[in-house]
Design a protein around this ligand. Structure first.
Ligand code: MN
Length: 289
């Protein structure tokens, strides 16, 4: 079977490290690179760490803030992260776990280093991805999918390991329920190995390297915290690892809706943004107790 390789749009380096709250040293991979509609349905990817924190009785993190109109996906690699929201939900994720939060009509929450992890100190490494909701689902009721590592299928191809968080790889379906067709895979490829996959036609796609070095569809080498982004044309993706690599692979059907974003709100019009700000300020999204 031979299908057309997806053309490369470009390779990208992250912005400089910035702090989110006082607990996350983050490098932003997108949208800072102006890929615009080529990112859809994805909106943002922040790569936090790996950063080592000393012991603290006062957990670091980011305090109360709202979201509306999209989903936040937190993939934990090292450390432990605790979450708490205005509806009384709370949870902790550790290495290998994923929290898939649908903000929908609105959530007010905090994201902190988990108490015992903070008290002991240690290394934190995580990715936070924002996934847009189709216009028809932006005001869906908020929900959480706490996806522990045991629930994530692992597909081994040669020495490569693909953890299917969302979507499907070689017949294995990931546990995340999504509002549009998309793939989110946590991938490890040893040096010298090649990994190849086929996508449904028309998907945007990107390969975000956490650490290592790979080329993607003949690109230059993409190293630590860099990424390659691919055109919706074509269907096949070939990854060649020059060093042991850990990466996040993303692909999805573009939504085709206007994207109007203002900080933690991502809607389809300015009027909806104004409404989101009003609803937050008037307490309709609640507050942490
Ligand atoms: Mn948040």
């Amino acid at each position: 079977m031979t299908t057309t390789q997806k053309p490369l749009i470009g390779t990208y380096s992250p912005g400089s490290i910035h702090m989110v709250g006082n607990g996350f040293h983050v490098r932003n991979l997108f949208p800072s690179n102006h890929l615009g509609e080529h990112l859809s349905p994805f909106l943002l990817l922040d790569y936090a760490g790996p950063s080592t924190y000393g012991p603290s009785q006062e957990p670091r993190g980011v305090g109360e803030h709202p979201h509306r109109g999209f989903e936040t996906v937190t993939i934990c690699y090292q450390g432990r992260i605790a979450h708490r929201d205005s509806a009384g939900n709370s949870g902790v994720i550790g290495p290998g776990d994923v929290q898939w939060m649908t903000a929908g009509s609105g959530v007010v929450h905090e994201e902190m280093h988990e108490k015992e992890f903070a008290a002991a100190g240690g290394t934190l490494q995580m990715v936070q991805l924002w996934v847009n909701l189709p216009k028809a689902h932006k005001m869906t009721a908020p929900k959480y999918q706490d996806i522990t590592k045991e629930r994530i299928p692992v597909v081994e191809v040669g020495g490569a390991r693909v953890r299917v968080i969302a979507g499907e790889f070689q017949g294995q379906r990931g546990p995340a329920e999504t509002f549009s067709p998309l793939n989110v895979w946590d991938v490890q490829v040893p040096a010298g190995e090649r990994l190849e996959f086929e996508l449904p036609a028309g998907q945007n796609a990107g390969w975000v390297v956490l650490d290592g070095a790979t080329s993607v569809n003949g690109s230059e080498s993409v190293g630590d915290a860099q990424m390659a982004w691919l055109d919706p044309e074509g269907r096949s993706v070939q990854v060649q690892a020059e060093a042991d690599t850990r990466a996040v692979f993303l692909s999805g059907q573009p939504l085709g809706d206007p994207v109007v974003s203002h900080g933690p709100f991502v809607m389809t019009s300015q009027a909806e943004i104004v409404q989101a700000i009003r609803d937050y300020q008037s307490g309709k999204m609640g507050h942490l107790s």
